[in-house]
Design a protein around this ligand. Structure first.
Ligand SMILES: [Zn+2]
Length: 285
């Protein structure tokens, strides 16, 4: 917070796609080993449940009849609360470490929209916990990339990062959560589901930038820091289907922080993406 002047990520031109998840906290597009979700979380949750049962077996406070809790209850309750706080701390540490590492190194970080992650998650507690974590990760990435001179890009919530093949962009109608490996029927790509999603997120920026102006000559090394924000975007209407290509082959990207949807023509890539989207995805333009 002291010096926010002129900081630069270690690799300003590097783009990383980050797939947030429950099993692994984050899976990356560039071969970086996944960031483990604190394993102690599961273990600790079981432990917490056990301790809570221990608490409830003891004589607790009862306001209705004005009964004070027993000393055994107080002790058990304190023990339970300590574990509770420790779990929270461990998770907070893991998230901070992840976001600091990313923001220090990469010029552009791409994550998926929170709601996509939410929809894919299970209905159970894990989901609520993970959702809270995702929101926090996004919040931290937003301000940490700003501090470090990088950019956070958030993929449009309809971008099918998990269902799309990262090699040929064919989109599967569905991919149940239990299927951990992405197998493409069109090009034969076989890849870890989360790595595939991370690659799609990273590629989103590459394509976006490639089509956004005279810098294209640089190819993958184009200046990504300015391109997405500078692209003369207008408010996008909501896409009706889970597609990345809009009615005129546009790519939708929501930039970090703001909710503005930026549209940039994809040039040569437009039809490439459009025709692979499932046939029912006709546009209502
Ligand atoms: Zn494919």
């Amino acid at each position: 917070m002291v010096e926010r002047a002129e900081r630069t990520p270690a690799r300003p031109d590097a783009v990383i796609g980050v797939d947030l998840g429950i099993k692994a906290l984050a899976v990356f597009s560039d071969g970086r080993p996944p960031s483990a979700n604190p394993r102690h979380h599961d273990i600790a949750r079981r432990k917490l449940a056990r301790m809570s049962r221990a608490v409830s077996r003891k004589q607790g406070p009862n306001r209705r009849i004005g009964r004070a809790p027993s000393n055994r209850w107080r002790r058990a309750n304190d023990r339970r609360n300590r574990v509770h706080h420790r779990v929270g701390n461990q998770r907070r540490d893991a998230i901070h470490k992840l976001t600091i590492d990313l923001a220090r190194v990469y010029g552009t970080i791409v994550i998926e929209d929170l709601h996509v992650a939410g929809v894919l998650g299970s209905r159970r507690l894990a989901r609520a916990v993970a959702d809270a974590g995702f929101a926090e990760i996004r919040r931290q990435l937003t301000y940490k990339t700003a501090w470090n001179g990088g950019t956070l890009q958030v993929a449009d919530r309809w971008f099918p990062s998990t269902k799309m093949c990262s090699r040929c962009q064919a989109v599967k109608p569905r991919l149940p959560l239990r299927v951990r490996t992405f197998c493409c029927e069109y090009c034969g790509l076989t890849l870890d589901r989360d790595v595939n999603a991370a690659l799609n997120l990273a590629a989103l920026v590459d394509r976006h930038v490639a089509g956004s102006g005279p810098e294209t000559g640089n190819g993958r090394g184009a200046d990504r820091k300015t391109a997405p924000g500078a692209a003369g975007g207008h408010e996008a209407s909501t896409p009706h289907r889970a597609i990345s290509a809009g009615s005129d082959g546009d790519l939708h990207l929501v930039s970090g922080g703001s909710r503005r949807v930026i549209i940039t023509p994809l040039n040569g890539e437009a039809e490439h993406i459009g025709h692979q989207v499932d046939s029912g995805a006709t546009q209502s333009a």
